[in-house]
Design a protein around this ligand. Structure first.
Ligand SMILES: [Fe+2]
Ligand SMILES: [Fe+2]
Length: 234
């Protein structure tokens, strides 16, 4: 993939594509990238298909690209309507993109509540998921893979910290299952380099679920108010 990624977030009006696009832009900026974002104004009527397209690069960028390496479709209509914009070798990374967005929302909610330690931990996790997305795209492009279009998983935003942890745990468990299956497939296909890349990502996801379970254990053992009092300062 090199030093540039083009991401299109698509869906119906009112599904939060602008919020998702804004958060994604923030993740890339926090990860040290330059970001250029455009919004498609074609269908402002609620229910029409809209998209936000981001271009994130190592150098300053001043224009969008027409094609996207990743399409994050919030509904099936968006996936179909935007399939033609997927660059050759592009990939829809449903688990990783859902995770980036969900963790950034949770991170910002915790910052808003003054739980700085949770804010930082969740933000760090979001940035790791972004790096996973990049690795996968790089590999697919290297393999000149066939574009895959599917639907972004439903974001599971928790209204309080225990609900956030439960939603994040479910997402990681789903990702671990998918990576385990993909590792078997790569091995069966004799593609050991891809298998190694997937294995490295799986190890990170194992670490993530471990972190989440640690926090859940602390909540259980300390009670929620005491746990939260430990998260206020860095
Ligand atoms: Fe990941
Ligand atoms: Fe993860």
């Amino acid at each position: 993939m090199g030093s540039e990624i083009n991401v299109r977030v698509t869906g119906s009006s009112g599904q939060g594509i602008v919020s998702a696009g804004t958060l994604l832009a923030r993740v890339y900026r926090d990860g040290g990238r330059h970001v250029f974002a455009v919004q498609d104004y074609m269908s402002r009527i609620r229910g029409g298909n809209n998209f936000v397209q981001l271009r994130a690069a190592d150098r300053p960028v001043r224009a969008p690209r027409a094609k996207a390496d990743i399409i994050a479709a919030l509904d099936g209509q968006g996936a179909r309507a935007n399939a033609a914009a997927l660059a050759p070798g592009g990939l829809l990374l449903a688990d990783e993109l859902t995770a980036i967005n969900q963790y950034m929302v949770h991170s910002e909610m915790c910052a808003n509540w003054g739980y700085q330690k949770l804010h930082k931990q969740f933000e760090k996790r979001a940035i790791t998921e972004m790096k996973h997305a990049e690795k996968l795209i790089g590999r697919i492009l290297f393999l000149e893979g066939t574009p895959t279009v599917s639907v972004l998983r439903k974001m599971n935003i928790g209204a309080d910290v225990p609900k956030q942890l439960a939603g994040d745990h479910a997402l990681e468990a789903g990702a671990i299952k998918s990576y385990n299956e993909a590792i078997v497939q790569a091995g069966e296909a004799g593609d050991y380099a891809t298998r190694d890349i997937l294995q490295a990502i799986l190890n990170d996801e194992d670490g993530h679920i471990d972190e989440i379970e640690e926090l859940q254990d602390q909540v259980g053992q300390m009670t929620l108010p005491v746990f939260l009092s430990t998260q206020v300062k860095e």
